[in-house]
Design a protein around this ligand. Structure first.
Ligand SMILES: [Zn+2]
Length: 262
């Protein structure tokens, strides 16, 4: 049995063979070992194992993306060093995907070097903030829209009250003279109703985004948005062959089309 020498590699590319010898897919050492440990497969050589049972179909053999041995090289700059697993869809969203879709496929996990990763993180954060904004949430502060609104209304009421009581003073301690225009704005604001405030905590902004995604464009469109964003900002030169923004989402071997996911 091979020793797992590829611990720090992103792609381990062990070949799973059908009992008739057909290549079914590539997988990592852990998965290969899982089959062999359960006596469901035997090692053919260092990097290949053959199933002992007749599986349903030929796995992913019809999809050329999974038939290639993927390279451990930064997909952006080509560096072979300091590689990280980069998830094209950030964890904060993947963790909120419906259970059936959580097991994301290898397609959306690519090797990226530390430098490129850091460079992309800044773009990703910006994009998250934009998505949060579009979903009516704010990821940068714990203030909700309602909280900010209420703060302005209460502040206007407070100032008017102080003016009324003669407590609003200028820098010399004299009662402040507030221009009529300003008073009108304050009165208008003070008349607005307070809104119910549900405080945003932690990553609740991501819930808001996912709620919007599931209600509107759907999961597949959301994943494609992230793939396109990565390509647009990083211009990766070393993506594996057949890597594509349009690559279907997969659920345990089944391809989920846009219609199904929505
Ligand atoms: Zn790189």
């Amino acid at each position: 049995m091979p020793v797992n020498v590829a611990q720090n590699q992103i792609y381990e590319s062990y070949s799973m063979l059908h009992p008739d010898g057909t290549l079914m897919c590539h997988c990592n050492f852990k998965r290969a070992k899982w089959y062999v440990d359960r006596d469901l497969a035997t090692w053919v050589d260092e990097k290949q194992f053959k199933l002992k049972f007749e599986p349903q179909g030929y796995g992913k053999s019809e999809n050329p993306f999974y038939m290639q041995a993927l390279e451990n090289r930064c997909v952006v700059c080509g560096s072979l060093d300091e590689l990280n697993k980069h998830h094209v869809v950030p964890y904060v969203f993947r963790s909120r995907f419906p259970l059936a879709y959580k097991e994301s496929n290898h397609h959306d996990i690519v090797p990226v070097c530390v430098d490129c990763h850091e460079r992309y993180e800044a773009h990703a954060t910006e994009f998250k903030a934009l998505l949060a904004h579009q979903a009516g949430a704010n990821m940068n502060t714990s203030m909700t829209e309602a909280f900010r609104h209420n703060k302005k209304v209460l502040s206007a009421r407070n100032i008017l009250q102080r003016i009324k009581e003669g407590n609003l003073v200028d820098s010399k301690g004299n009662p402040a003279i507030v221009p009529e225009e300003k008073l009108m704005v304050l009165r208008e604001k003070a008349r607005e109703e307070l809104r119910e405030d549900v405080p945003v905590s932690g990553t609740q902004w991501a819930d808001s985004i996912m709620d919007k995604v599931m209600a509107e464009e759907g999961l597949f469109a959301f994943v494609k948005q992230w793939r396109a964003h990565f390509i647009e900002h990083m211009k990766p030169q070393y993506l594996p062959q057949y890597w594509s923004v349009e690559h279907p989402l997969e659920v345990k071997g089944k391809e989920a089309s846009n219609e199904v996911v929505q």
